[in-house]
Design a binder for this molecule. Structure first.
Ligand code: FES
Ligand code: FES
Length: 191
């Protein structure tokens, strides 16, 4: 059946079977492969998108249910030339490792801050409980959401998020002439 929806701000017409899931419509019909599929039990959250601004697991929504609505995927949150503050914060805080969960995690976090602009760490953890990450241990994800929230509340330009949170301190100057690396007894020796 023919459906019309808006995806990342663009009016889109699709001809889909009624059984087609929104996650598959985004990936297979629109090539928006940032929406990941990580389970078949509606539990991982890797497929999270915004439907009229509210986060949903797109593997639990039929494409036909999105007809007439606005869908925002990770590709619509920001791009390489203009990252969203949340994307900057995940980058700066090293809130990802393999990255498989990251699109869904970021979309959910954006919705979390829409509902609660200044969440506590416990509220961040509760707000993201529908998104599973097998790599990070979640600590840096919480740091990232906290930093993005601070930046967004301050109206900080998104590219300054990294300056707000020097998670990675500047590298120290290497010691001169191997000092501290080469044992004193061997310094200057031809070994
Ligand atoms: S793929 Fe949708 S919750 Fe896992
Ligand atoms: S970064 Fe690998 S699953 Fe989250």
């Amino acid at each position: 059946m023919q459906i019309d929806l808006t995806v990342n701000g663009k009016r889109t017409a699709l001809n889909v079977e009624p059984r087609l899931l929104l996650a598959h419509a985004l990936r297979d019909y629109l090539n928006l492969t940032g929406t990941h599929i990580g389970c078949d039990t509606s539990s991982c959250g890797a497929c999270t998108v915004l439907l009229d601004g509210v986060s949903v697991k797109s593997c639990t929504v039929f494409a036909v249910q999105a007809a007439g609505h606005d869908v925002t995927t990770i590709e619509g949150i920001g791009n390489a030339d203009s990252l969203h503050a949340m994307q900057e914060a995940f980058w700066s805080a090293h809130g990802l490792q393999c990255g498989y969960c990251t699109p869904g995690m970021i979309v959910s976090a954006v919705d979390l801050l829409r509902r609660n602009a200044d969440p506590s760490d416990d509220e961040i953890r509760a707000g993201l409980e529908g998104n599973l990450c097998r790599c990070t241990g979640y600590e840096n994800i919480v740091k990232a959401v906290r930093a993005a929230g601070a930046a967004m509340r301050a109206g900080t330009p998104q590219h300054s998020v990294r300056d707000l949170m020097p998670i990675h301190p500047p590298a120290e100057e290497p010691p001169p002439s191997g000092e501290g690396i080469i044992p004193p007894a061997l310094q200057g020796a031809h070994v």
